[in-house]
Design a protein around this ligand. Structure first.
Ligand code: ZN
Ligand code: ZN
Length: 319
């Protein structure tokens, strides 16, 4: 009898496991392929403990902030940001979405679309890897603002990618969601951020069950025309600019020239939210100097105590 009960329990567990697997494999999901600020971790020229530790121990490295959105039901996949770490991030994307094949006109676009936020080092320069000197992509769709698309089309070396048909720029306007398939959409929102070459977007991804905000760069929450606290409440996951932990992080550098919301400011701002809403906040775009990048640090403990998370590489968000 005991054996029979055990057999039944095991059989039902296996069925449950299978069900879970089926549900997970058909729902769209997002994977964080990178979580660092534009300079990466370790950063060029930094000999301090933050970067020397990461050079010695690869588990302490962080690639530039980048997300992969996967729809297992169609095999389609989309990249958010073309970072200088694109070659490594393409490797990490292996096995997610359908395999790509080579066509006579060149290599098939590695993604069904690449969504860009803006024209700063860590967010778009990886496009160069799709050009003649490297991958030689055929018709990789790139979604961005009108100004970002104009920048790419009119400035070398990016304009060569456009002229050779290696990338195809597609303008997305704020507030006009792009339907990727029924129940899966991407919407742009405009964000204030140093606008030397382009304006800046954040992206909202809405899946059948959950929504995710990707906002890696913004000047300050006060300058945002939307109320970030309300937006966090509305979203299931908010992956937010956490370039710096606090105001004293870069001695000798004028932080007013590189404004970002400090993690301590965000924690204070979100303290009014419920525990559940606070748990949706995942900090990313961490500068090499940000102590919260080290999970063992007191800064990372402060984030956890506030009910938030520091986004981990490989972290998966079910939509
Ligand atoms: Zn950035
Ligand atoms: Zn930026």
């Amino acid at each position: 009898m005991r054996i029979l009960i055990l057999t039944l329990i095991l059989a039902s567990c296996a069925a449950l496991d299978r069900n879970v697997t089926v549900v997970q494999s058909s729902a769209p999901y997002v994977i964080a392929l990178g979580t660092a600020q534009d300079g990466g971790l370790p950063q060029l020229g930094c000999e301090k403990a933050c970067c020397s530790a990461a050079r010695l121990d690869p588990s302490k490295r962080r690639l530039r902030a980048c997300l992969l959105l996967v729809d297992p039901s169609t095999g389609h996949r989309w990249l958010f940001e073309a970072t200088p770490d694109l070659p490594e991030q393409l490797e990490l994307a292996k096995g997610h979405g359908a395999a790509r094949s080579r066509s006579s006109s060149g290599r098939a676009a590695p993604f069904d679309g690449i969504f860009l936020t803006h024209a700063h080092l860590g967010h778009y320069t990886g496009l160069a890897h799709l050009g003649r000197e490297a991958y030689g992509a055929h018709a990789q769709p790139v979604y961005a603002s009108e100004r970002m698309c104009a920048f790419l089309s009119s400035h070398g070396p990016w304009s060569q990618l456009v002229e050779l048909g290696q990338i195809e720029c597609r303008v997305v306007s704020p507030g006009a969601p792009l339907e990727l398939r029924e129940g899966l959409s991407v919407e742009a929102i405009r964000v204030p951020h140093r606008e030397e070459f382009s304006d800046t977007y954040a992206w909202i991804i809405r899946g059948p069950s959950r929504s995710l905000l990707f906002l890696p760069d913004i000047d300050k929450w006060e300058r945002f025309e939307q109320d970030i606290t309300e937006l966090v409440k509305e979203m299931d996951y908010s992956l937010l600019d956490a370039t710096f932990f606090g105001p004293d992080e870069l001695p000798g550098r004028d932080m007013a020239e590189i404004p970002h919301p400090f993690i301590v400011e965000s924690i204070a701002r979100f303290s009014e939210l419920s525990k559940e809403d606070r748990a949706g906040v995942h900090f990313l775009h961490l500068n090499h100097s940000n102590p919260a990048a080290d999970p063992e640090s007191s800064a990372a403990a402060t984030v956890r105590e506030a009910g938030h998370h520091v986004c981990a590489e490989g972290q998966r968000f079910e939509l």
